[in-house]
Design a protein around this ligand. Structure first.
Ligand SMILES: C[S@@+](CC[C@H](N)C(=O)[O-])C[C@H]1O[C@@H](n2cnc3c(N)ncnc32)[C@H](O)[C@@H]1O
Length: 220
């Protein structure tokens, strides 16, 4: 028998009331982004706090982020990194990334952000092939276009050190991955990505039915 809590709105509110500690700078960024039509792309404050916990638990110094948007996960990461930490952050939109960088500056953590504007496929390939960064990252967060996940995952695995942690967001895609009537490109890409990671013995994994579905993978 499976025991799965029904996460009602009251339970979610209880969780927030008894665990959420959102720094003021993140609250401001969340509210700023909340006025934008694309606001649903932003991770939740609970997920940002979970990422900060993971980063501290693994003692991350060098991290990779694929998919910045206005920077909630980026600012969460920069706040959790030590003073000499660096997050290499990839996005194709300089307009959204500028919002992210502005908020990191306001929070006094912009010095930890190495922002790379362009298709993340090319950025990650450059880190591997031209910058000699393979095996040098402690943590990677995938949250960009879903058809890119398989490529981002391959590059990120190369860039992570053994024992490094990868987190892939949206792996349940509002539950669409289990609905065969949904056959759009993003959903099919996520199904293929989930099958690939499940079969991949280069990593230890756990898929969490949390937020929009998170896969955690530790490189062996
Ligand atoms: C879901 S949002 C990221 C949300 C962000 N992590 C947050 O906490 O608010 C996805 C982002 O991926 C970016 N993106 C889409 N395709 C990309 C690509 N090929 N390379 C780099 N970034 C890409 C989009 O511009 C967008 O900002």
């Amino acid at each position: 028998m499976r025991i799965q809590l029904d996460v009602t709105e009251s339970v979610q509110n209880y969780v927030a009331d008894h665990s959420l500690r959102e720094p003021e700078v993140l609250r401001e960024l969340r509210e700023f982004t909340g006025a934008m039509p694309e606001r649903n792309m932003q991770i939740s404050p609970e997920q940002g706090q979970f990422m900060r916990l993971l980063l501290r638990a693994v003692g991350a110094r060098r991290t990779l982020e694929v998919g910045v948007f206005t920077g909630y996960s980026l600012l969460s990461t920069a706040l959790a990194l030590p003073a000499d930490g660096v997050v290499t952050a990839c996005d194709i939109s300089d307009e959204w990334a500028k919002v992210a960088l502005d908020h990191c500056e306001r929070a006094g953590v912009a010095g930890k952000v190495d922002l790379r504007i362009g298709d993340a496929r090319a950025t990650l390939a450059t880190l591997v092939a031209e910058e000699g960064a393979a095996g040098s990252y402690d943590f990677a967060f995938l949250d960009a276009d879903k058809p890119g996940y398989e490529q981002y995952y391959e590059h990120a695995l190369t860039l992570l050190r053994p024992g490094g942690l990868l987190v892939a967001d949206n792996v349940l895609w509002s539950g669409n991955v289990v609905d065969d009537s949904v056959q759009d490109e993003d959903t099919r890409a996520l199904r293929a990505f989930n099958s690939k990671v499940y079969a991949d013995d280069r990593v230890h994994i756990s898929m969490l039915p949390y937020a929009d579905g998170l896969t955690l993978a530790v490189k062996r």
